[in-house]
Design a protein around this ligand. Sequence first.
Ligand SMILES: Cc1ncc(COP(=O)(O)O)c(C=O)c1O
Length: 379
Amino acid sequence: MSTHPQPNLAAEPIPQFDLSAQYATIGAEVRAAVEHVLSTQQFVLGREGAALEEEIAALCGIAHGVGVASGTDALLLALRACGVRAGDEVLLPTSTFVATGSAVSALGATPVFADVRPKTYNLDPSGLERRVTPRTRAVIAVHLYGLAADMDALVAFAKARRLPLIEDCAQAIGAVYKGRRVGSFGDAACLSFYPTKNLGAYGDAGMIVTKSEEIAARLRALRNHGQTAKYLSSEPGWNSRLDEIQAAILRVKLRHLAEWQRARRSHASEYTRLLVQVPGVMPPHEPEGCEHVYHQYTIRCERRDALQQHLATRKIGSTVYYPYPLHLQPLYAHLGHKLGDFPHAERAAREVLSLPMFPELRKNQIARAVEAISEFVKC
Ligand SMILES: Cc1ncc(COP(=O)(O)O)c(C=O)c1O
């Protein structure tokens, strides 16, 4: 019986992501931006937020941006602005972070799950038609791990059914599908600036981008107590405003985003170059015409849990995004799903593993991670 070689106990840990490495390069710029906000003493709905809205909308190639308090609020408010109400149904992939579903549930609507494609982990448009009912009111496409979903098919489906299409771009800012950035396909698109995202704040923050002036105006009211003028509210809203300090930090980071995305893509090609020689491990797939932004570099392997343990003994961080598809979450037990309902998503949940990925990752760290994976598959 073969055994793994002994781990090198003196080896440096390789984290799955490392925000300190980034702060070391931009700390001075960030502190100056925060200092500037402090000097203005304007903390909410000021110039930084408005400038960030314009910059993010421009990046997505779309007219309007509306800053909010988180990606989850972006989803919830976008659903509301697109007309989703209690009792409605919303189609969405079962392989996603729980927020995509819980934003629907928080409105009193019901998420209706669909399976994903085995190679991209994104919504399989061919499974949608049979899940439509007279109560279906919207579709959410999630661009998981930083890869655009099949937007041609999803836009065509939503159009044919006259359903609003909402993009969940939380993991995919800047990703390209056939020459266009994600966020520019749907009626509204939601971004998260959670700290670990490709563009992350130093706290919670989010944004909705939309081509519709009407949806943007509704969102601006909804995020601020439904106010359409000062102290004049036309519908129930709440407080989901983006604060100026986060906006200022995000504007600093935005200046570096293109360079960071290039670094992520280059790390991904290095991983894939090395991993194609490793049997039993499937590197991520980038379909023709797509530019993946590798929020995660996610492989699959049948013995995923043992592989993850093996990497841990080599001090190599890895994470499972996500171990439970939404239809098997206790939160959705009342919907009556069972194992076997969405086989591709269930298999992904058993087999996916995200490897270290952040712009400052070094080539020798990638080589060490792949070496540890090869060592594992040989035994
Ligand atoms: C796919 C997806 N949707 C929604 C969210 C929610 O974003 P936030 O954490 O900013 O509320 C996240 C991130 O956490 C996410 O990954």
